[in-house]
Design a protein around this ligand. Structure first.
Ligand code: ADP
Length: 248
């Protein structure tokens, strides 16, 4: 299976403080990887490096085989990386309608008008928002805004979708519904996804695989069922207890 995102020995620091320590990861086409770690473990920093907003101080980043960043340098800027991101605050454009929010990125990628219309109609149907195309974000519920945000990412047909805890502020019922919707959308689109979360159940539900981060290092990659309850990382031990309690 082809590798979409590859990180090789990536380190990063602010001044003298090491934030990321020799991170190596590969995400294959169609894989959903949950990046699970406590607050402050370096998850968002890693996403910023993948997006091209920061350069690694050591190591390199490849997208579809091409080196896009390496030691201290961003070779391919964010707008030239075919990636889509959904952030915790969603960052919808308040002065644009739903359909304008979706067409914005397509215009800057010079997608033809007819193709834009086709893609927008298809994705709005998939997230069940066909009737809200002309609404402004302020007139949508929290769940509807989430569906616009994921639609805006998928309509770009990006090489990968990066999710930075978009569901963490929602109540449990809504979050469960959206997790199901996201999972089925990713399957339909064959999306390659990195899903950042601090919540073990969310990581397990959405991810084909889980990479656990602690203190700027990846301490585990694989199926969360294989996590060792005696692992030296206190966060891994916590995740094991959480998943065990859930099975009871
Ligand atoms: P996470 O997403 O896992 O919560 P972050 O990547 O946001 O973690 O942060 C990792 C560490 O980097 C934290 O200790 C944070 O305080 C530090 N950090 C983040 N941004 C900056 C910055 N601009 N300057 C200095 N330290 C920062």
């Amino acid at each position: 299976m082809s590798v979409v995102i590859a990180l090789q020995d990536v380190s990063f620091g602010y001044n003298r403080t090491q934030i990321l320590d020799s991170i190596s990861l590969e995400i294959s086409r169609g894989e959903v990887l949950s990046l699970l770690g406590p607050s402050g473990s370096g998850k968002s920093t890693l996403l910023r490096i993948i997006m091209g907003f920061a350069a690694p101080s050591r190591g390199l980043v490849r997208l579809r085989g091409d080196v896009v960043s390496d030691k201290g340098r961003v070779h391919t800027p964010p707008e030239e990386r075919n990636l889509a991101v959904v952030l915790q605050d969603l960052a919808l454009w308040p002065h644009l309608t739903v359909e304008e929010n979706l067409s914005f990125g397509l215009q800057s990628r010079r997608v033809a008008r007819d193709e834009q219309k086709k893609r927008i109609a298809r994705v709005l149907a998939e997230v069940d928002l066909e009737n809200m195309a002309r609404r402004y974000p302020a007139r949508l519920s929290g769940g509807e805004q989430q569906r616009v945000a994921i639609a805006r990412a998928l309509v770009l047909e990006p090489d990968a979708v990066l999710l930075d805890e978009p569901l963490s502020n929602l109540d449990i019922g809504l979050r469960d519904d959206l997790l199901d919707l996201f999972a089925s959308l990713f399957e339909q689109h064959g999306s390659t996804v990195i899903h950042v979360t601090h919540d073990p159940s969310e990581a397990q539900r959405l991810g084909d695989n889980v990479a656990v981060m602690d203190g700027g290092r990846i301490v585990f990659t694989g199926n969360p069922g294989d996590l060792d309850p005696e692992h030296e990382s206190p966060f891994v031990q916590l995740v094991c207890r959480h998943l065990q309690d859930q099975r009871r």
